[in-house]
Design a protein around this ligand. Structure first.
Ligand SMILES: NC(=O)c1ccc[n+]([C@@H]2O[C@H](COP(=O)([O-])OP(=O)(O)OC[C@H]3O[C@@H](n4cnc5c(N)ncnc54)[C@H](O)[C@@H]3O)[C@@H](O)[C@H]2O)c1
Length: 334
């Protein structure tokens, strides 16, 4: 029975707490937060849980085997490193840390101690993304990955929309498409008095000539959560706003022939519009699958689906995007 402590009980922490609390393979023993009001809520939500305002006590508690970190991004590194140094397994919120070097330090510390280090890239544990992963081979050569994640809110004080929302889609890209990122360009803007960009567009050049594009925004009148992945044989669309048929796979494509017979240039374009299939997806909360996966990885010493390397890959792109944003969209090579 793995004994778990959660640090950070703001917006996202309660979702993690609910899923760890109800899983029969672990015991949620402790919740820490600097805010006493949040601790009162934690005590009311999770009967019998020990609450504390001391992060130090939480990471060093002898009766805790794993620490879950759901605090603001700037605190991830310090808390995760302290937890690893206290020999605890760690599940840290996305993005893993605020810099590539911090991620590398965490990975090295976890490896040295033989501990599980996992990043909460929640979407990887959705039935939709798991199904996309299985179907990705049918797409042929990747042409592009295009995503929109826009909403009205939640404006953040200290991190831009890039660090807040793009980790989700970057993690999905990294998981589905095993291609290196060669270069990143990013542009964005601050509106309505925001001091950090609340809208941004990221373009990634991927190995093999493919490209990926990400539109992230806290300032959209409608909520959009859509990913299009297009390959040489098929294309798929994941629309998370849809209540049914969230994922659609299109047997569609185009082939172009050029010829120069009789000295006259011709271009022949053949469009193929075949069947559309919408695979049935089980209705299961991603965090439930993720908690199970975390516990299994610790128990069997397996590599997590969203391990430190996956977290690092995402932060590497975020760091490059940040640099590009600060230089008005300059192309940053990785
Ligand atoms: N996986 C997802 O889908 C998802 C969704 C939302 C947020 N997140 C991530 O979760 C993390 C937290 O986001 P949030 O929206 O819950 O933020 P939040 O501000 O609502 O909550 C953070 C909580 O941490 C507490 N806190 C701050 N500093 C602390 C410290 N040093 N020690 C202990 N407690 C501290 C705050 O009092 C607050 O209660 C972020 O990394 C964010 O990116 C992930």
């Amino acid at each position: 029975m793995l004994r778990v402590g959660i640090i950070g009980y703001g917006y996202w922490g309660p979702n993690l707490a609910r899923n760890f609390h109800r899983h029969p393979g672990c015991q949620l023993k402790l919740i820490a937060d600097l805010d006493l009001g949040r601790l009162q809520k934690a005590a009311a939500d999770v009967p019998g849980v020990h609450v504390t305002a001391s992060v130090n006590d939480a990471v060093n508690a002898r009766d805790i085997d794993a620490i879950i970190i759901a605090t603001p991004i700037r605190t991830h590194f310090r808390i995760a490193l302290a937890a690893l140094k206290a020999d605890k397994h760690v599940l840290v919120e996305k993005p893993m840390a605020a810099s590539v070097s911090d991620c590398e330090t965490l990975i090295a510390e976890a490896e040295r101690r033989g501990l599980t280090l996992m990043v909460d890239h929640t979407f990887l544990f959705t039935e939709a993304v798991q199904t996309m992963k299985k179907l990705a081979v049918e797409l042929g050569d990747l042409y592009y990955f295009d995503s929109v994640r826009a909403n009205l809110g939640l404006f953040q004080r200290d991190v831009s929309v890039v660090w807040d929302l793009a980790p989700h889609d970057l993690a999905i890209l990294h998981y589905l498409v095993e291609l290196p990122v060669d270069a990143v360009t990013a542009t964005g803007a601050c509106h309505a008095g925001s001091r950090v960009p609340n809208i941004a567009y990221l373009s990634l050049e991927l190995g093999g000539g493919a490209m990926a594009h990400f539109h992230v925004s806290w300032l959209s009148p409608v909520k959009s959560r859509r990913i299009v992945v297009a390959g040489s044989r098929k294309m798929m669309v994941f629309d998370d706003i849809e209540t049914s048929e969230k994922l659609k796979v299109y047997d569609s494509g185009v082939s172009i022939k050029h010829d120069n017979e009789d000295g006259e240039y011709r271009m022949q374009v053949d469009y193929r519009t075949g069947d559309m299939v919408s695979p049935a997806l089980a209705n299961r909360e991603a965090l439930q699958s993720e908690v199970e996966h975390f516990l299994r990885c610790i128990d069997r010493q397996e590599k997590p689906l969203s391990d430190g390397q996956g977290g690092l890959a995402v932060v590497r792109v975020l760091e490059a995007a940040q640099r590009s944003l600060e230089r008005n969209g300059e192309r940053v090579l990785l």
